[in-house]
Design a protein around this ligand. Structure first.
Ligand SMILES: [Zn+2]
Length: 228
């Protein structure tokens, strides 16, 4: 009886009938030929889809990220040191370790700075605030590799960032983290070495381990998704 009534597509017709029966809003929409807008300006269907999506959305995956915390040596509540490249200290390569005190020249001397891994041409951040007190050459006979020395008279620290093409001049004031130049590639001087900024920090004439002033901390952050 019903089959004859609904004609030749009974299943589809029944489905439409059921939807109209159980959804007065949808029925209204079909009847009026418009899609009614809810108080939020979204159609009921859009709101339904949104609600279902919200319930089925998986928690964003978390990933580990390293951040660098500069010590606050004057107690003003702000860091006084910044990682010049934002990257980790260089590990072992054919030229040795990049850490402070690492063996050099077969043990006859020690590494007097910390090598922060870098990409050639990336920006170099001022490791301390202060004045540019010197721009010099890292090696005699090679004028492609320079260092920038910054002195902070108030704190009593001096920092030298090596292998930097400077964007600053001697006498210039620089703020902590401000770009002081770009990373010079070391490949012509040390073929195969991990490019880096060699950072030396001194206080009262004594060389300090920059890794005790710029401390690595691992945090968990939401992984980036395709949707941003
Ligand atoms: Zn070094």
């Amino acid at each position: 009886m019903q089959l004859k009534l609904w004609g030749w597509r009974p299943a589809l017709a029944q489905t439409i009938g059921l939807v109209l029966m159980f959804s007065p809003v949808a029925a209204l929409a079909v009847a009026s030929g418009t899609t009614p807008q809810g108080p939020t300006g979204q159609s009921p269907v859009a709101r339904l889809i949104k609600a279902v999506n919200a319930r089925t959305r998986l928690p964003a995956p978390m990933v580990s990220k390293t951040v660098w915390n500069g010590l606050d040596v004057d107690g003003d509540g702000a860091s006084d040191f910044v990682n010049p490249t934002g990257q980790a200290p260089r590990l072992l390569d054919a030229f040795g370790y990049g850490e402070f005190g690492a063996s050099r020249d077969g043990g006859s001397r020690q590494h007097e700075g910390v090598d922060y891994t870098a990409d050639a041409d990336q920006a170099v951040a001022a490791p301390i605030s202060g004045f540019v007190t010197k721009i010099g050459y890292a090696y005699g006979g090679d004028d492609s590799l320079r260092f920038v020395e910054i002195t902070n008279p108030a704190l009593g620290y001096v920092a030298r960032a090596f292998y930097v093409d400077p964007d600053v001049l001697v006498g210039q004031a620089v703020r902590l983290g401000e770009t002081i130049g770009t990373v010079a590639s070391l490949q012509s001087h040390y073929p195969g070495i991990t490019d880096h900024v060699h950072l030396e920090v001194m206080k009262s004439g004594e060389r300090l381990n920059a890794e005790t002033l710029i401390v690595a901390r691992t945090i968990k952050v939401k992984a980036r998704t395709a949707n941003g």
